[in-house]
Design a protein around this ligand. Sequence first.
Ligand SMILES: Cc1cc2nc3c(=O)[nH]c(=O)nc-3n(C[C@H](O)[C@H](O)[C@H](O)COP(=O)(O)O)c2cc1C
Length: 220
Amino acid sequence: MRSTMPDLLELSAEDVLTTTRAVRHRLDLDRPVDPRVIQRCVEIAVQAPTGRNRQRAAFVVVTDPERRAALADLWRRGRAAGGSPMPAEDTRRAYAKPRSMEKVWSGLDHLDANLHRVPALVVPCITGRTDDAPVADQAGTWGSVLPAVWNFMLAARMHGLGTCWTTSNLPVEREVADLLGIPHAQVMQAALIPLAHTIGTDFRPAHRVPVDEVLRWERW
Ligand SMILES: Cc1cc2nc3c(=O)[nH]c(=O)nc-3n(C[C@H](O)[C@H](O)[C@H](O)COP(=O)(O)O)c2cc1C
């Protein structure tokens, strides 16, 4: 299957790992995505590790235009609910590169206006809720789905597709579950990932905090 895949970019593993950006403005809203490519991305996603090899992650892929529109409307409601305020130290890191957060905000507005037009909206899920769980259980559950989500996004990049991790479905998780038939009592949504061909394929490594700030040898 792999050899017949269209649009497999020639990128090294390091290229893929360092140039898989949050794509918003550069999602091609007019070009459909081949379902075989989405299937391949999910096959690659589930190669990620899971706690006790339980393999409870699942991906709900929404391509039907009416359902996408309804999902996009819920996402907008979730976004409007707003997130918690950022501590000063997080703000310092986020805004360290001039204009980078302005790009994020304008990208978010673009996504908000156009989410229903993105050819596929992907909702990664995991069986097992952590609503009031102890940290170890939370880590085991989230750690069994988030690596698969990132694998999915890396695989998408390899295939010329762009993604952006978003979480605005989560304030309205129950309504999204009703829309998509997800059994909310047992299954948690982890994110909502817009998926589309990218406009151009040249993406660069991002500015990040200096490694000295995050790499601690031997002790904190
Ligand atoms: C846990 C998590 C939640 C995120 N939530 C959102 C979101 O709700 N909306 C959005 O547009 N981007 C969201 N992002 C994307 C981040 O803004 C993005 O990964 C970050 O700005 C780095 O982008 P870059 O890799 O292109 O530099 C989220 C990313 C993560 C990891």
